[in-house]
Design a protein around this ligand. Sequence first.
Ligand SMILES: *Cc1c(COP(=O)(O)O)cnc(C)c1O
Length: 421
Amino acid sequence: MALDVVAVFTNLAQHGPNHQPCATMAAMTTHDLPASARFATLAVHAGNATDAETGAIRRPITMANSYALPYDPTEMGWSSADGNLYTRNGGANQHYLEAKLAALHGGEGAVVLASGVAALSATFFSLLRAGDHVVFSNVTYIAAYRLLNELFNGKFGVETTIVDATDPAAVAEAIRPNTKLVHIETPGNPTVSVNDIAAIAALAHQAGALLVVDNTFASPYNQRPLELGADLVIESLTKYINGHGDSLGGGIVGRQDLLAPIRAQGQVNLGGSISPFAAWLIMRGSVTLPLRMRQHNESGLAVAGYLEGLDRVRFVTYPGLPSHPQHDVAARQMSPGYGGMIAFGLDGDKDVHNRFVSNLRVITSAVSLGHDESLIVFLGPDDERQHLYPAAYHQGFFRFSVGLEDTADLIEDIDQALARL
Ligand SMILES: *Cc1c(COP(=O)(O)O)cnc(C)c1O
């Protein structure tokens, strides 16, 4: 596999810069990995290379916001994302991480931005215009809902329809002649519902629309939507891919013809660029993605199964359990596992749920997910989107991100917190 992320820079290099950045650019050659390289090998090597200046076998952090101009800068577009010009238009560490993300998803390329929401905004902003119609799922990250259902719909004349995307027939029914894009999330945040990617991709394509899949809950280790027909995949890199809870980032992966406008418009002109340090941290965290996901998968399944057997637990949603309403779809499109995200509710009111959380000693009450540590958040019955979810969720429920602690300690923590209710 040729992972030459810097092909885009040859343009600038050929122009002959006036004070020697050529040497640095030439140094950015990547490992020439065999085309057969597998996921774990890509997680280690993709996007990394030996630094020609120092011989370091780790690419450095380039904390520069500006790069040397060529002899005749008038040949460059100031809004171009094609070369090293200004870090908002693209930077070295961003491009290394893009190479890895593209490799992990089997995409032609990737655009990496400051957050998952920056990736969502850049995608919608770049691909939609007034008069277009978007179909999106009832279960999405809150900012996707706000962007589509309030900003694009209310301010920019983009029509939107919310559907229960667990039912492909509902998606088919919602599609109109002006449908430009279908946006789904699977497993979905926060209910952990599952959508059939291949079926929805086929429906979108029949109508000449694009399918965008937010893959954050699965990570590319468990699910690669491009292989199932999706046009673009979005990842909040903040979550599993970084995995250590110390950075924000977002990525879009797919075909270059779709990424080009996202880079040119969304990245350069919305300006949600990632800091080189954040990109470096995520690059570093992502090396252990396969190892971490193996544990998240194992503990997620074990803890979900345990919860399901408890009297005080009203319901559990985990794609790996046969009781999950879309377990068959999950089994078809997720492999080797189902991740560490669980939704569950207790028998009891809001106060019972809050007391349970305050009794926990190992599991931390905080937003975000996919970290090394287990995180739980209570989504109360008053949540404005509760009515979009199935009835079981209306009483309030937990979104639980099972971390990398010893599974027995997590189970004991749940037991003691329930016992002290
Ligand atoms: C967290 C999250 C996002 C947003 O990512 P940020 O990095 O927090 O901006 C988008 N989609 C899903 C499914 C998420 O869980």
